[in-house]
Design a protein around this ligand. Structure first.
Ligand code: NOJ
Length: 555
């Protein structure tokens, strides 16, 4: 059986605002992406996932859309977008766009109409409810971006739901007219030549009615709305309908962003027989360094938990569905700072982390700058932070009497601006990102960490990623083999086997700055085996792993 092309592809995520600015206004743009297509082609990626470039007031950097069929002037024009598609296709690169349809901007004409009166024909495009008899919001829910999830509208004396910011009202997917409008818009983009969508929080779209108060967890002010919107009762029906109306018969790639999806959910979403999506983004592995559901409530990672989590996902989807593989995106801190060492072992740990992820089953995603080993940032002044989630959290945690040190530590460790600092192209004053003033400060370390340096250094992280991308195409075992965890009890080593019909791989990754002895059965297995790829050239085959070593053996 042939393997679907997206199973051997690697996707590169571009966050346009921070990628490359050609106008000098300090904001990245579409012509800036076109300018860097040869760079991406050199890396060898197959698909670009473009974070939103649609017309938007930019309250949440484009995840608040005002017009789905217009390109935001900040990023260029529709002609620029068409040119990007054309130029990408010339280089055999496919483009996937972000689809944000759990909510729109409150400036979207649908919402403007909806808000205008209770009997407007668009009223039902959003979720409006009366307050409680005591005048409180309809439920006690907290928004994901802090504060209440409901906003009162005085003229119509009702509340609308916003799971994210106030300016991001949730759409009402119960309404068939809304759904038809969305499918129409998706077809508009597919007809322009994109190959698919990354679907923003798509497992949030089916709400479980009636909406009622959620549980208030200890230390929280608001109730948890999760049970009322995660993987809701009509979600599969909606996705199947979307498949029929838009995706069926087209050669596409779809990935649903799905916080709160477990492997059983993922199977249902991605089993080709169900005709829903090709793969999802899961979140469990990104929540192991926090206490409970609060990402700001930090906890050190226990590597054994990370290994078991991957094992669970790798084995349960094998032969049924499919998954995406990621360490980074525009919402996550930089992986080399998070699970690696962004100081002494920056290059080594960045390569080790790439090894660990890219040898698994799934479609890998590289987030801009990951291929350079870009790190988290520490702005001394809070004024330099731009992200709405961070700024809202600051207010909320101050109210909860968190100390300034604790808040700053949380921002340095988890804040989304870590991922959003401009791409580091060279050593010049704004890292070659803009000739003007960047919308978000560049990381000072661009003087040593940048694309120019990487391209000139044959041993760079960039070329290591290039090799990883090629290996996935060359070796079926990477997409097809089964997964077996090795050295389960080790707190420092993440080791696994990928077993195929013809060949197997043993992947050994040291997540620590110490030398670590390998278990004897592993040493036996790799005796005489050839090294497929490694970030270490001195000490292979000694029965120990060097600090942050990542090596793959073909057995
Ligand atoms: C998930 C996106 O990745 C994030 O950046 C955004 O803020 C929320 N969804 C709301 O759209």
């Amino acid at each position: 059986m042939t393997i679907a092309w997206w199973k051997q592809s690697t996707v590169y995520q571009i966050y346009p605002k921070s990628f490359n600015d050609t106008t000098g206004n300090g904001i990245g743009d579409i012509p800036g992406i076109i300018e860097k297509l040869d760079y991406l082609n050199k890396l060898g990626i197959d698909v670009i996932w473009l974070s939103p470039v649609y017309d938007s007031p930019q309250e949440d950097n484009g995840y608040d859309i005002r017009n789905y069929r217009l390109i935001d002037e900040l990023f260029g024009s529709m002609e620029d977008m068409e040119k990007l598609l054309e130029e990408a296709h010339k280089r055999d690169i496919k483009v996937v766009m972000d689809l944000v349809v759990n909510h729109t901007s409150d400036e979207h004409p649908w919402f403007v109409e909806s808000k205008s009166s209770k009997d407007n024909s668009y009223r039902d495009y959003y979720i409006w409810l009366d307050g409680k008899a005591n005048g409180e919001p309809p439920t006690n829910w907290g928004s994901i971006f802090s504060g209440s999830a409901w906003k009162y509208d005085e003229p119509t004396d009702q509340y609308y739901l916003h799971l994210f910011a106030e300016k991001q009202p949730d759409l009402n997917w119960e309404n068939p007219e809304l759904r038809a409008d969305i499918y129409d818009m998706m077809n508009f983009w597919m007809d322009k030549g994109i190959v698919g969508f990354r679907m923003d929080v798509i497992n949030f779209i089916s709400k479980d009615y009636p909406l009622e108060d959620g549980k208030v967890n200890e230390g929280d002010k608001y109730g948890d709305p999760g049970p009322y919107f995660l993987n809701g009762p009509r979600i599969h029906e909606f996705l199947q309908e979307m498949h029929q109306e838009v995706l069926k018969g087209r050669d596409v790639m779809t990935v649903g962003e799905m916080p709160g999806a477990a492997p059983e959910d993922a199977k249902a979403y991605t089993d080709p027989e169900n005709e829903e999506l090709d793969m999802i983004f899961t979140f469990e592995h990104m929540s192991l360094d926090q206490h409970g559901g609060d990402k700001w409530n930090l906890k050190p990672l226990d590597l054994r938990e990370l290994k078991e989590n991957f094992e669970k996902w790798q084995t349960s989807l094998h032969g049924v569905g499919w998954n995406s593989l990621y360490w980074n995106n525009h919402d996550q801190p930089r992986i080399v700072s998070r699970f690696g060492d962004d100081q002494e072992y920056r290059e080594k740990s960045a390569k080790m982390l790439a090894t660990c992820l890219h040898m698994m089953q799934g479609t890998p995603y590289i987030y801009q700058g990951e291929e350079l080993g870009m790190t988290n940032v520490r702005f001394a002044s809070l004024e330099d932070y731009q992200d709405i989630e961070t700024l809202n959290m600051l207010k909320e945690k101050q109210e909860l009497a968190w100390s300034t040190d604790r808040i700053m530590d949380a921002i340095y460790t988890k804040g989304r601006d870590n991922a959003r600092t401009p791409m580091q192209w060279d050593t010049s004053s704004h890292a070659g990102f803009t000739s003007g003033t960047p919308w978000l400060k560049v990381n000072e370390n661009h003087r040593t960490i940048n694309a120019e340096e990487s391209l000139n250094n044959p041993k760079s992280i960039f070329y290591y990623y290039q090799k990883m991308i090629q290996l996935r195409k060359d070796m079926d075992v990477i997409s097809k083999g089964s997964f077996h965890l090795l050295m389960r009890e080790s707190e420092k080593v993440f080791a696994y086997e990928r077993e195929g019909d013809q060949e197997s791989l043993i992947v050994l990754c040291n997540f620590s700055g110490d030398e670590v002895e390998l278990d004897s059965d592993v040493v036996e297995r790799i005796q005489g085996a050839s090294v497929l790829i490694s970030n270490e050239d001195g000490s292979l085959g000694r029965g120990v792993l060097c600090p942050y070593e990542g090596s793959v053996y073909k057995v």
